[in-house]
Design a binder for this molecule. Structure first.
Ligand code: CA
Length: 695
């Protein structure tokens, strides 16, 4: 699994010289020097008061040493300030706090700057993403945050631009296009800045694009290097030498030749300044099914992999593929955390990841050597990971090329993008874990409980699992579950851990919870009225510790609104909420009438025509409006019959609501298709009966 390439020094040197020439022409910034690593800054300013990088430091541990808010006084937590972002879809960003200013992103890649102590708004920047780009996203019009460096703010926009803003004013400095605009690329991940370069990837694997990650010069926006995660062609020419090796792991033919293969770098990036290595997680393949994507075998490098790249040149130093020839949407884009931990009496520089495939990995981050791997959720597709070969040992229970299979974990993963945290004090990782299977079939795939008539048969002989969402404290040293909390719904927020041994996590039912990091006891809960999927952060200004979190439910799983979801009772009014000790009460959003999950009761219409309508729905509508029925967070499709065909046609075909995010589909649907869709939705046939309720 380990592969080393000699670094191409000649290319690297040219690039560095070009960057150096630009550096000398640049006026010195008045702002805090954020080019320093956090350990360097900590020496100069040892209160560690800020949250300057996505995971607070380049190691991405999401650990803050602050201790003013503690188990002894957590009951006194109250609101310092709060702002509604007028966003009613998912909020996923990690706020960045530098020099008393908080920078964050909302829907449609909008950027906001607030005074971190008073909440006074400094500025807002709207990149004006075209509403019609909404249809290019699998997983809502979300954004996971900015990078701040010197006096600049960087954001990747949903329509594939990288934007540089003046941190003081929010005014545009430059913007560049990072994608082929004819293809459904999106950017939802946060950029990272290392050594004067902005690193950004993209999303789009669900719709068939070719993944890559790019470094741009932070001053000029000029491209420095780009690493493709998929070869493009089995026979070359290859954009960089690593792809020649990768090409041998793909078939000559297969769907990947048409779709680009996937493998997008849509979220996790970490950096070790000592080794000068960037660690990048790559996504699933497209299409998901290996027997369709690349028939005849092969690992399909670099899908579902962790790549260690030289930050200056983009050349690969090692890779580790978590799921060779992935067939289940098992991305390796989940949190990558770096730490130095003691393993068998020796301090090792490790990299940790709990990707979707259900195994917790500990790798040597210098060499990529697999040190240990153990499943942190129920897994049936593999019996374990062979430490000699580094490969999962497949059981065959995940092979759906010829028959339906119930596979653990689900396509949502044992852990999705919601960040985990690691405390150097407790030596534990805190994972938002998901216990759920999924039904894969040779022709389609389903949420495990929706419209699968023979589900009982598939469940026979499978492990008994208490399905749902968990917060799990995991020891990477012992590869063992230390404590866990079962949560009332499957999808919840990311995690923060602090120097006072407090673990914070928000939940879909609208709470922010604090736990004892050592034993897992729930110490305090605050009801905020809005579902939380984002990770909390903490920082200190003028001696006061603050705790901030974005609340706003949505994202990939916006259509899986739990019965307990806050969004069924309160307006899903997205907001930044900042707490401190002895703050005020939490202002709640307006109440709404309770939305009971609505499912059709009509006898299923199995006519060929309606089956065609359902196929159109799944292909063109389901990613946003829900594969299993209407989404309470978007306009209710069950009102389509009241709307009438002409209005439906104006929206779906002509794009009447495109500025509001509902694109027209006149490039891919005919009048006949739209009539068929109207009929299918009007009788509720897009909305199959549920087998049992999803937690
Ligand atoms: Ca995916």
């Amino acid at each position: 699994m380990i592969f080393c390439l000699s670094t191409n020094h000649a290319v690297g040197a040219t690039v560095l010289l070009a960057a150096a020439a630009l550096v000398t022409g640049w006026p010195e910034s008045q702002a805090l020097d954020t080019t320093l690593t956090v350990s360097e800054r900590a020496q100069a300013d040892n209160d560690n008061a800020e949250w300057p990088f996505h995971g607070r430091t380049h190691a991405e541990q999401r650990y803050s040493p602050l201790r003013q808010i503690s188990p002894d006084n957590i009951q006194r937590l109250g609101v310092a300030w709060l702002h509604s972002l007028n966003a009613y879809r998912g909020l996923e960003a990690t706020p960045i706090i530098i020099d008393r200013v908080m920078y964050l992103t909302g829907n449609w890649s909008r950027v906001y700057a607030f005074d971190a102590a008073t909440g006074q708004r400094r500025w807002m920047y709207d990149p004006e993403v075209p509403g019609k780009w909404g249809r290019n996203g699998c997983c809502d019009v979300v954004n996971r945050g900015v990078a701040v460096w010197r006096d600049r703010v960087f954001v990747g926009t949903f329509d594939g631009r990288l934007v540089s803003l003046d941190a003081r004013t929010g005014k545009l400095i430059w913007e560049i296009n990072t994608i082929d605009r004819a293809l459904p690329y999106t950017i939802t991940g946060a950029p990272r800045v290392v050594r004067d370069k902005v690193i950004i990837g993209n999303g789009g694997s669900e719709f068939g694009v070719r993944g890559y990650v790019t470094a741009y010069d932070a001053y000029s926006g000029n491209q420095v290097w780009r690493f493709y995660t998929v070869p493009g062609s089995p026979s070359g020419p290859f954009k960089h030498p690593e792809l020649e090796m990768a090409a041998k792991t793909w078939s000559q033919n297969g769907a990947w030749r048409q779709t680009g293969g996937g493998g997008t770098v849509w979220d996790s990036i970490a950096y070790d300044p000592e080794l000068n290595l960037l660690y990048v997680g790559t996504g699933n393949g497209h299409p998901h099914a290996r027997h369709v994507r690349s028939p005849g075998g092969g690992d399909n490098l670099f899908l579902s992999s962790i790549l260690a790249l030289n930050a200056d040149t983009g050349r690969m130093v090692w890779y580790y593929q978590t799921t060779p020839a992935d067939s289940w949407d098992f991305t390796a884009t989940q949190s990558i955390i770096l730490a130095d931990i003691e393993i068998q009496g020796e301090i090792r520089k490790v990299l940790m990841q709990a990707p979707k495939n259900g195994f917790f990995y500990v790798l040597d981050r210098t060499t990529g050597e697999l040190l240990s791997a153990k499943n942190f959720v129920t897994v049936n597709w593999a019996s374990g990971v062979d430490l000699q070969t580094g490969r999962p040992v497949e059981t065959g229970l995940g092979d759906y090329s010829k028959q339906d299979r119930l596979v653990y974990p689900s396509e949502l993963g044992g852990h999705n993008w919601h960040p985990m945290a690691f405390s150097p004090r407790t030596q534990l990782a805190y994972i938002p874990a998901l216990e759920m299977p999924w039904v894969h079939s040779p022709t389609d795939s389903y949420l495990f409980d929706i419209g699968v008539p023979h589900i009982g048969e598939l469940e026979r002989g499978q492990p008994t699992v208490d399905r749902g969402g968990y917060l799990r404290a995991w020891s990477p040293v012992r590869q063992k579950l230390i404590w866990q909390v079962k949560l009332p719904s499957l999808i919840n927020g990311g995690v923060l851990v602090t120097g006072s041994d407090l673990v914070f996590q928000g939940t879909q039912d609208g709470f922010l919870h604090a736990y004892d990091a050592v034993g897992g006891r729930r110490l305090h809960s605050v009801f905020v009225g809005v579902g939380i999927i984002a990770p909390p952060v903490t920082y200190s200004v003028a001696g006061t510790q603050y705790l901030a979190v974005l609340a706003g439910f949505g994202g990939a799983t916006h259509f899986m609104l739990a019965e307990s979801a806050a969004a069924r009772r309160y307006e899903n009014d997205g907001r930044i909420i900042v707490f401190k000790l002895d703050g005020g009460p939490v202002p709640l959003p307006p109440r709404i009438p309770y939305h009971k999950p609505r499912l059709t009761t009509a006898a299923p219409d199995k006519s060929r025509e309606i089956e065609e309508g359902k196929a159109l729905y799944v292909q063109h509508c389901g990613f946003c409006h829900g594969m299993s029925g209407s989404v309470p967070l978007l306009p209710d499709l069950q009102r389509v019959p009241e709307m009438g065909y002409e209005a439906f046609r104006a929206i779906v075909l002509d794009g009447a609501l495109a500025p509001r995010g509902m694109a027209g589909f006149d490039d891919s649907l005919s009048e006949t298709d739209v009539k068929l869709l109207f009929r299918t939705i009007a009788i509720g046939a897009h909305n199959p009966p549920t087998h049992q309720s999803t937690p």
